[in-house]
Design a protein around this ligand. Structure first.
Ligand code: 9PG
Length: 501
């Protein structure tokens, strides 16, 4: 490791890194397991990038209390549980500092990496990883440094073009109560609405881990796929291939398949569906063959749009069969899934570590779930849980990840057009719909039968639009010349009480 002065455009910064910096498009590449780059001036805000789809991502003030995963055993949903004891601001793969529009970015060019803020106000970014030893560093406008980083990520990990998509998804109307008759009714009801995909979400399967149709789908999943196909839409299906519920048959018959900690206990992968969920150790050849079979089977049933969810499970810290860094384990597994289904199946990642998903998935959820409500104060303020379903944080996190657009389709979750069973105001619904326009990923779970005639007309028009979208600045965009501003919603920090100690 060597300390150097490094010229970045017209400023010099202090860096500590391995080999001599290499000039590349838009910046430099530093090498080493850990690098440190000083900010050349007074930094005011730190860009924190969350680990997986649902994890908090935003510009935060340097003196804000440090947020960390509250109860990692229960909520690996929130962020990387490996950093649940963080005492400094930090994020996954990429971090940035902003002082009045001059942005310094440090970003991993490999599969893992954490970027932390040290020494405010003479601030520096410290980055480290195991599977990464190259770091992109740039200084310039926010737009330029993130665009340059995206370009280099694309060259290192790959990118996939994604055309605009219009998706009807069962989750935010039916939740786990989706059934074959309900789906049939929706299909009839969607007549005349320009959806490309009709996607069955969580609720069709016997159990998390047992990916076969349950009694609510008596004709079986191939029949549902065929019905969707008959209406001229692409059939879509949700599954969580790396996750198993403690109640599942797969967990009971193959306890040796679970990812375990050093003491031999199954690694907690969360609490959901009324019980504990565990992760599969995808570095075991038998486990990998099993998850590949599950996903290949779903494609074989006729679904050519697969929403693969809770993917973080494969990248949780644990003791693996093969000694491989956890993000590399994840990458190998998702590459095997892609190889199994080929390029014609659209793979949407959800609950997924972001950077190791690039080049493999067509699209990725870039924020937590929306909900029929704006903010869940009980969850954020008192339970410290900022990644649970609530529309304000869904908008905030997604709006901070739009720089990923050249690399992968960005899914900000569904928009709402309905008044029934929805507490969002018209302005909140409109802002969310505008974000889906910016993303080019227009989805809803609204059942047309529950819409009033005016709402149904609005939904039909929204699906027929072909919007032209241009960035204006950090939070402002132009949609067909009309300016929208996500700033007032996206820039406001979540209200939470700092944890003691
Ligand atoms: C199905 C859903 C939908 C949704 C996904 C995912 O407990 N949690 O924190 C939690 C977070 C997200 C979540 C469910 C639970 O939602 O994002 O679109 O597919 O799974 O279960």
């Amino acid at each position: 490791m060597q300390q150097r002065r490094l010229a970045l455009g017209d400023v010099e910064v202090d860096v500590v890194s391995g080999r001599a910096p290499q000039a590349v498009d838009g910046g430099v590449v530093l090498s080493g397991r850990a690098v440190r780059v000083g900010y050349p001036g007074t930094a005011r805000a730190f860009y924190r990038h969350g680990w997986q789809s649902w994890s908090q991502t935003r510009w935060l003030e340097l003196d804000e209390p440090v947020w960390r995963v509250p109860v990692p055993e229960l909520h690996p949903f929130d962020d990387d549980p490996a950093h649940a004891d963080a005492t400094r601001h930090g994020g996954a793969w990429v971090g940035a500092l902003d002082g009045d529009g001059h942005v310094l970015l440090v970003g991993a060019l490999g599969l893992d990496g954490r970027v932390e803020l040290v020494g405010a106000p003479a601030a520096a970014l410290v980055a480290s990883g195991e599977a990464t030893d190259e770091w992109f560093v740039a200084y310039g406008t926010e737009h330029d440094v993130f665009a340059a980083y995206a370009g280099h990520l694309g060259r290192h990990l790959g990118r996939r073009d994604q055309a605009d998509l219009r998706v009807w998804c069962s989750w935010y109307s039916f939740y786990t109560g989706v059934t074959e008759p309900a789906l049939d009714a929706v299909l009839a009801d969607l007549e005349g609405l320009a959806f490309d995909v009709v996607q069955i979400d969580d609720g069709w399967q016997r159990e998390i881990g047992d990916w076969r149709a349950n009694h609510e789908f008596p004709s079986g999943m191939p029949a549902s796929a065929a019905r969707i196909r008959d209406t001229g839409r692409r059939p879509g299906l949700w599954l969580a291939p790396f996750l198993v519920h403690e109640r599942s048959e797969v967990a009971a018959t193959h306890p040796d398949w679970l990812l375990r900690d050093a003491a031999g206990a199954p690694v907690p992968a969360g609490w959901n569906w009324g019980g504990r969920v565990h992760a599969l150790d995808v570095t075991r050849p038998d486990v990998l063959a099993h998850v590949v079979d599950d996903v290949r089977a779903a494609a074989g049933w006729g679904f050519d749009y697969l929403k693969l969810d809770f993917l973080y499970a494969a990248a949780l810290p644990g003791v693996r069969h093969a000694e491989v860094e956890r993000h590399r384990a994840y990458r190998r597994a998702v590459e095997a899934l892609r190889d199994a289904v080929g390029d014609d199946v659209l793979l949407l990642a959800c609950g997924a570590p972001i950077v190791p998903s690039l080049g493999v998935f067509d699209a990725i959820r870039v924020g937590p779930d929306v909900a029929e409500l704006w903010e869940n104060h009980a969850a954020t303020r008192y339970l410290h849980h900022v990644s649970g379903p609530q529309t304000r944080y869904a908008i905030a996190t997604s709006a901070h990840r739009l720089w990923l657009r050249p690399l992968i389709g960005v899914d900000p979750d569904v928009a709402y057009f309905r008044t029934r069973h929805c507490l969002l105001t018209d302005a909140q619904k409109a802002l969310l719909a505008d974000l889906t326009r910016v993303c080019g990923f227009r989805a809803t779970s609204d059942v047309p039968a529950t819409l009033d005639p005016h709402e149904r007309t609005a939904l039909a028009a929204y699906l027929d639009e072909r919007s032209r979208v241009e960035p204006v600045d950090r939070y402002r965009w132009k949609i067909d010349g009309r300016e929208v501003d996500f700033g007032p919603v996206a820039a406001a920090p979540p209200e939470f009480r700092p944890l003691e100690g």
